[in-house]
Ligand binder design. Structure first.
Ligand code: PBG
Ligand code: ZN
Length: 325
């Protein structure tokens, strides 16, 4: 059917028709809000490259978690900044580690909010890599054991879901096995299955103080040029028992998100990462873009590409904008 029989504008002519034919929806239930928990007390330090996002000590993080909960956001994703770091990231799996204390405090004060934890070593190691170093590279198999210990300690502290972001091979299976062994067979794993070695993580590394002290992460994170590899990564994580699959970063990888949506039937998450947030904030501060409009358009883009879950630093703003309608 072609013009003049077909006129695409007929169903765009008024607000009611536009509502009726809208293909994609965005809801506050789609959102996860990432937060950075810092050791100490009375700390609330804004990350210079991420306006509105803070490193904060437990009392402040609990207050913000409550705010997120009151806005209807279903879950937060926690990152920890420990007091001390060492070669094997001991604080990551310490029972009294920063993240374990934070989980307990949030679950005590805001029990209705789901707590998801990032499982990785880079915030806890003095070299800033996501695992144990052997011969100048991250050693895969010895890292698995520590990741499993870390995940178990998060769940013991009350985490509702764990999200491994290290990109070691076999970590989902290792974590699943340890959780099941200890009776935590009901705890889901949201795997950062498809995580690219990305320049968009720059501001996060300031926030989490996790910049690698030598080299980069390209021996474990994926090459941005690769698309088929994403399917292999996702397939192997699904095989190992992942419950939710994540693509990260978001905006430059919408094609990958769509590929996964077409290829697998698990829930899909996308991480709208720090650099994506910083760029929007910087342009909005200059008055160059309409922040609300651009952010909501980005969120709809993620949903349209296939995401069920959007992890975003904009979550509280989006929740407010959706509420106001
Ligand atoms: C740690 C981790 C990173 C992010 C989430 N978990 C950084 C990295 O891999 O260097 C990035 C999140 C963001 O940029 O917002 N492995
Ligand atoms: Zn890491």
């Amino acid at each position: 059917m072609f013009f003049p029989q077909f006129r695409a504008r007929r169903i765009r002519g008024n607000e009611i028709f536009r509502r009726m034919v809208s293909e994609t929806t965005l809801s506050v239930s789609d959102l996860v809000y990432p937060m950075f928990s810092a050791f100490g007390s009375g700390i609330k330090k804004e990350i210079s490259s991420m306006p509105g996002i803070y490193q904060q000590s437990i009392e402040h993080i609990v207050a913000e978690a409550r705010e997120a909960y009151n806005l209807g956001i279903p879950a937060v994703l926690l990152f920890g900044i420990p007091e001390t770091k060492d070669a094997v990231g001991s604080d990551a799996y310490s029972e009294t580690g920063i993240i374990q204390e934070t989980i307990r405090a949030i679950k005590r004060e805001v029990p209705g909010l789901a707590v998801i934890t990032d499982v990785c070593m880079c915030e806890y190691t003095d070299h800033g890599h996501c695992g144990i170093i052997k011969d100048g590279d991250v050693d895969n198999d010895s890292t698995l054991e520590l990741l499993a210990r870390e995940a178990l300690s998060h769940v013991r502290a009350g985490a509702d879901m764990v999200a491994p972001s290290d990109m070691m091979d076999g970590r989902v299976a290792a974590i699943r096995e340890v959780l099941d062994e200890h009776g935590f067979d009901k705890i889901p794993i949201m795997s950062y299955a498809v995580k690219y070695a990305s320049g968009y993580y720059g501001p996060f590394r300031e926030a989490a103080e996790s910049t690698p002290q030598f080299g980069d992460r390209r021996s474990y994170q994926m090459d941005p040029a690769n698309r088929l590899e994403a399917l292999r990564e996702a397939a192997s994580d699904i095989e190992e028992g992942a419950d939710i699959i994540m693509v990260k970063p978001g905006l430059p990888y919408l094609d990958i998100l769509r590929d996964l949506r077409n290829e697998c039937n698990l829930p899909l998450a996308v991480y709208n990462v720090s650099g994506e947030y910083s760029m929007v904030k910087a342009a909005a501060a200059q008055g160059w873009i309409d922040e609300e409009r651009v952010v909501l358009e980005t969120m709809i883009g993620f949903k349209r590409a296939g995401a069920d879950i959007i992890i975003t630093y904009h979550a509280k703003d989006v929740a407010r904008w959706l509420k106001r309608g």
